[in-house]
Design a protein around this ligand. Structure first.
Ligand SMILES: Nc1ncnc2c1ncn2[C@@H]1O[C@H](COP(=O)(O)OP(=O)(O)OP(=O)(O)O)[C@@H](O)[C@H]1O
Ligand SMILES: [Mg+2]
Length: 313
């Protein structure tokens, strides 16, 4: 096991003309960690991932990838694989030919069995002999991941790998990433899908307008003392409404998505007040059928942190 972190970035800045894409970014990714990058459109995620892949150089700051400082040369650091803005593929070649060409180009010693193995891992065996030209977005994403796997990377960098994936594709991709991480490979991925980030990542970094607004374990976000909206469904909605109105710290909120005559109640509360409400409901003989956040804690924190940033406060 390597003793250095997979990524250590300090004060990374990158401008495109007048646009400050990255404005003093710090990032730490440990070995075997799946780290999620999240942020609004234009936040700087692709730019940052591009620096990790050696597709561009930072204007200033220090970047170490797999224990080695990233030099100013535009080459992918050793042990790193992945893609930004969709994988580069040869459209006139089949999936298998794309991967075989890559093995030859890179001088990899994986052979045909290696190609078949990665196709199987991403669930593309059945379309292995179809031309990439006809591939859907999700299939291209999976072929891109297969290409990255061929190089047996120690750090995998993926820009929105869940884009366009159907449920089966998602299952394959999640399975591959989870297994790689368990074997010690580090993964950095960007996503707009909070459910993917929650399913996959142990830590996330939230970026807004080129700056880090949060970085750390997901649990830290969830335990943040922030009021959330919850959907509440009970056996007696009228009685539940009365009990909720009488419980300190619980507010009944109007939710445009909930019809007035609906049995569903939307309440806003901190966790201790929510606990108290549940105890009272059950004490009053009202059965609890559903109690769930309207948006996940990650999504709520994301919105709160990034909106705050965009209004300049
Ligand atoms: N090659 C480029 N030339 C000029 N401006 C660029 C270039 N690449 C990125 N930018 C700008 O840098 C900023 C960050 O862009 P980036 O693509 O990194 O955002 P992102 O977080 O990946 O967004 P999205 O969620 O839409 O993919 C944006 O303002 C973008 O317009
Ligand atoms: Mg992007």
């Amino acid at each position: 096991m390597d003793t250095f972190p997979a990524i250590r970035a300090r004060g990374i800045t990158k401008c495109f003309g007048d646009v400050v894409a990255l404005d003093g970014i710090d990032l730490d990714v440990a070995h075997g960690q799946i780290h999620g990058l999240v942020g609004p459109n234009g936040a700087g995620k692709t730019t940052l991932l591009g620096l990790l892949l050696g597709l561009a150089v930072a204007d200033s700051g220090r970047l170490e990838v797999l224990g080695t400082p990233v030099e100013r040369a535009l080459t992918t650091p050793d042990g790193v694989a992945g893609f930004v803005d969709g994988p580069g593929l040869y459209p006139s070649l089949t999936a298998r030919q794309n991967l075989t060409a890559l093995t030859a180009l890179r001088g990899l010693d994986t052979g045909l069995s290696g190609v078949d193995d990665v196709l199987d891992q991403v669930g593309l065996t059945e379309v292995a002999d179809d031309r990439a030209r006809g591939f859907s977005l999700g299939m291209r994403q999976r072929l891109g991941l297969a290409a990255a796997l061929l190089t047996r990377p120690r750090l995998l960098v993926l820009d929105e790998p869940s884009n366009g994936l159907d449920p089966a594709g998602k299952k394959h991709v999640h399975g591959v990433l989870t297994r790689l991480a368990a074997e010690g490979t580090s993964v950095v991925l960007s996503s707009h899908r909070m459910d993917d980030l929650e399913a996959l990542c142990s830590e996330v970094t939230i970026i807004a307008t080129g700056r880090v607004v949060f970085s750390g374990p997901l649990g830290k976000l969830a335990t943040d003392h922030r009021e959330l909206d919850y959907r509440l469904l009970t056996s007696d909605p009228q009685a539940a409404r009365r009990v909720a109105a009488e419980t300190a710290g619980v507010r009944i909120v109007d939710d445009a998505a909930v019809r007035q005559d609906s049995d569903l109640l939307v309440i806003r509360a901190l966790v201790p007040a929510l606990d108290e409400l549940v105890v009272r409901l059950v004490g009053a003989g009202i059965a609890l059928r559903e109690l769930a956040p309207v948006v996940s804690p990650l999504e709520a924190a994301f919105l709160a942190l990034t909106e705050q940033k965009e209004t300049g406060s």
